[in-house]
Design a protein around this ligand. Structure first.
Ligand SMILES: [Zn+2]
Length: 186
């Protein structure tokens, strides 16, 4: 399942089939609209060139950190400080809701700037590390794809972002490679 922070990081889209559809979607107005709508956040659209630069550099840092944690490395003091500095920019209010599943406590973002959006993304990443396990962060094993996701399988062995898509594609590729080798041997 996509999370706020993985959705943000994956805006740098890689064509998982190895074609030419790879594109950095972050600067696209439609991507910004969809993203904010999906996560119920507010910010000016389109982001200004300066905001876009800041978002991109934030995404780069977050991506690097996620990659380090996915390799089993711990969160360092400096990472913690960096996340704190990003989260500090976004204020929230608390609200109790009663719904079908009982009482819920929500943290509602106050700001309507991209700084607030980045604070929410950083906060969601922090929740992954605190309530989950940084070692379960994965980068899809299909080198064309490199989608970032959180492995919540019991066995902790999820290799592909999606078994039906990348998993199948890699299976077919392995099969073809094997067949090639077999043909050469004949
Ligand atoms: Zn994938």
């Amino acid at each position: 399942m996509d999370r706020l922070w993985t959705d943000f990081v994956n805006s740098d889209y890689h064509d998982w089939r190895g074609g030419d559809r790879s594109e950095d979607r972050l600067g696209r107005t439609e991507w910004q609209q969809e993203f904010l709508k999906q996560w119920q956040l507010k910010a000016p659209i389109p982001a200004s060139p300066e905001e876009e630069r800041t978002l991109r550099s934030f995404r780069g840092k977050l991506h690097a950190l996620a990659t380090r944690l996915s390799a089993g490395n711990p969160l360092l003091d400096e990472d913690q400080e960096w996340l704190n500095s990003m989260m500090e920019e976004g204020k929230v209010t608390r609200r109790l809701h009663s719904g079908d599943e009982g009482l819920r406590l929500s943290h509602i973002p106050v700001g309507t700037q991209w700084q607030q959006v980045m604070a929410e993304v950083a906060g969601d990443f922090a929740i992954t590390v605190v309530e989950g396990d940084g070692g379960r962060i994965r980068i899809c094993d299909n080198t064309d794809c490199r989608w970032i996701f959180y492995d919540d399988t019991r066995s902790r062995t999820q290799k592909y972002c999606d078994d039906k898509m990348c998993g199948n594609l890699m299976k077919v590729r392995r099969f073809r490679a094997k067949r090639k080798v077999n043909q050469k041997q004949k």
